[in-house]
Ligand binder design. Structure first.
Ligand SMILES: Cc1cc2nc3c(=O)[nH]c(=O)nc-3n(C[C@H](O)[C@H](O)[C@H](O)COP(=O)(O)OP(=O)(O)OC[C@H]3O[C@@H](n4cnc5c(N)ncnc54)[C@H](O)[C@@H]3O)c2cc1C
Length: 281
């Protein structure tokens, strides 16, 4: 379908973009890779009055590291993340997103701002206990922790005039990682996905663990029951399997044409075990 009419400006700087967004009011939207927003506009599920294109703004793409954390520009594409091995589970999860064309365009800022529960990187931000920094028309910046960012289906804590200027994730040096995703067809959205991070103690037991779930609710979720069951325990297959049985506790996966709620809960348990085994290796 053809989108409703809209105005379009190309921002030259973050300040330009913020001003255009503020002047455009609540119906103005930022455009990053366009791979979530444009399909919604074509289906007339979104009809912004103004698009503020971020693609010509310098300094919004790239990865840097300081003080044990990665700082990722919001316009960094999934393809760049995928090819950055030092990013560990971020690279692994990005490599599972759709196909190469989508990964060449889609950005980490766009995916986090969009808040789609089937997106892969929100669960990685949550498991990593990362955060975003957002700047608003007032000139102020604030940091929003992953725990507070995802509020509901396609709804985040970002205000309409805020721009994500940075995504920050602790590097988790020495931790093992896994991201497992189940799709009906190759390169599809996740029916369910699981991100696991495991820190081994010197005796090989589990010193610390983080598990987050994709598409098991209207927002990504931490699987705290699994974490509690595994922390300080052994990292053998049996113990991991027992802990993974907790994966569906407190979840509310949407039944759809692909799978029932029960089947998705089953997938969460199976994929959690696989992601933890990969992370414990
Ligand atoms: C065929 C297809 C398959 C896909 N499969 C997957 C998949 O398997 N897994 C997955 O995770 N994703 C998938 N996606 C989505 C893809 O990853 C998108 O690129 C991503 O969700 C949105 O990123 P974007 O840069 O395209 O954002 P856009 O579509 O440009 O924007 C999305 C939203 O974010 C806002 N926004 C963008 N940048 C900022 C910013 N810096 N600050 C504040 N708000 C901002 C926009 O205003 C808009 O509301 C798929 C997309 C397609 C088309």
């Amino acid at each position: 379908m053809i989108p409703a009419d809209f105005d379009y400006v190309v921002a030259g700087s973050v300040d330009d973009a913020i001003k255009a967004l503020a002047d455009g009011g609540e119906e103005a939207k930022l455009l990053a890779g366009g791979h979530s927003l444009l399909p919604l506009m074509k289906m007339r599920l979104a009809a912004p009055s103004l698009l503020v294109d971020l693609r010509k703004v310098d300094g919004l793409a790239g990865v840097s590291r300081s003080n044990g954390s990665f700082s990722i520009g919001p316009m960094t594409t999934h393809a760049t993340l995928q090819s950055s091995d030092e990013l560990g589970v971020i690279a692994r999860a990005a490599s599972t997103i759709a196909d190469q064309q989508v990964r060449n365009r889609g950005t980490i800022g766009g995916t986090l701002a969009h808040g789609d529960p089937a997106s892969d990187l929100p669960a990685v931000l949550l498991a990593s206990e990362g955060s975003i920094t957002a700047r608003a028309a007032s000139g102020g910046e604030r940091t929003i922790a992953a725990d507070d960012l995802f509020e509901d289906y396609l709804t985040t804590a970002l205000a309409p005039d805020e721009i994500i200027v940075s995504v920050d994730l602790p590097a988790h040096d020495g931790w093992g990682h896994g991201y497992e995703k189940f799709t009906r067809r190759a390169e599809d959205w996740a029916m369910v996905g699981v991100c696991a991070l495991v820190q081994k103690a010197q005796d090989g037991s589990c010193e610390d663990v983080r598990v987050a779930l994709t598409h098991m609710s209207a927002t990504p979720l931490r699987a705290t029951g699994v974490e509690e069951a595994l922390r300080d325990g052994a990292l053998d297959e049996e113990t991991i399997g027992t802990a993974a049985e907790e994966a569906a506790e407190g979840t509310d996966p949407p039944a759809d044409l692909n799978a029932s709620e029960d089947y998705k809960k089953h997938l969460a348990r199976v994929l959690t075990k696989r992601a933890l085994l990969a992370a414990a290796k």
